[in-house]
Design a protein around this ligand. Structure first.
Ligand code: CA
Length: 234
């Protein structure tokens, strides 16, 4: 069954082009131009798999729409990808305060958007894909299922934190500057500051608990994931 996506976007041209692109990818798509219409659409059966949600809407803001979706039992688990033109909103939007699963910053490329949407939906589908697991000391990462364990306890990461972790793990043993991480993980010509990287690395380390030490700070350079779990160069 095709996955269902609701697009909420008040710029009609952009809405049309997004609908077209997502339909071409095989998704079942419905569009809304106001927050109110979006909430109505999202709560109709069958509930969508993902809501692509513009932050700035004419009636209620995307933030409010996201909160309402999270607050209603039927839509609480729907994936929300926020679309924002304001980079400074990102931390709040993806963080605990609002609870979006991921975001893209306008202007974004259709290709990037599709990749992000696919990654999120794959996480939701879980185990119908062959798993690609990486074990590293106390850490275990399942890339295809978007799941992470430390000492066999599952750690819940946001899509962004997951991308940050897998980028570091894939490039383990190699120094990663903040700019490199911004380009790969955030995928935008950074309007946001490199401090955002530090904030997210800090949060990721906290969530990883005892496995957080694998992410090392290279003073004046950036970050580096250890090449071996027992390596200690810090
Ligand atoms: Ca808008």
């Amino acid at each position: 069954m095709p996955e269902r996506i609701v697009i909420v976007e008040d710029e009609q041209d952009l809405l049309d082009s997004l609908e077209y692109s997502l339909r071409r990818e095989g998704y079942q798509v419905r569009g809304a131009t106001t927050g109110k219409a979006a909430l109505e659409l999202a709560s109709q059966e069958p509930v969508p798999d993902l809501v692509l949600l513009d932050l700035m809407l004419p009636d209620i803001s995307g933030v409010e729409v996201c909160r309402k979706l999270r607050a209603q039992e039927r839509t609480a688990k729907v994936f929300v990808m926020m679309v924002t033109a304001r980079a400074e909103e990102i931390d709040r939007v993806v963080g605990f305060e609002v609870g979006a699963d991921d975001y893209v910053v306008k202007p974004f490329s259709t290709r990037e958007l599709l990749l992000r949407i696919k990654a999120i939906l794959r996480r939701g589908r879980g185990d119908d894909q062959p798993s690609e697991q990486v074990s590293f000391g106390r850490l275990r990462v399942d890339e295809s299922a978007h799941r992470v364990w430390v000492d066999e306890q599952e750690v819940v990461l946001t899509a962004l934190e997951f991308r940050l972790l897998t980028t570091l793990v894939e490039r383990r043993g190699r120094a990663q500057t903040r700019d490199m991480l911004l380009q790969t993980v955030w995928g935008i010509e950074a309007d946001i500051t490199t401090r955002t990287v530090d904030t997210h690395v800090k949060r990721l380390r906290e969530k990883l608990g005892p496995a957080g030490v694998y992410v090392e700070t290279l003073r004046g350079v950036g970050y580096r994931f250890r090449s071996r779990p027992d390596e200690d160069t810090a």
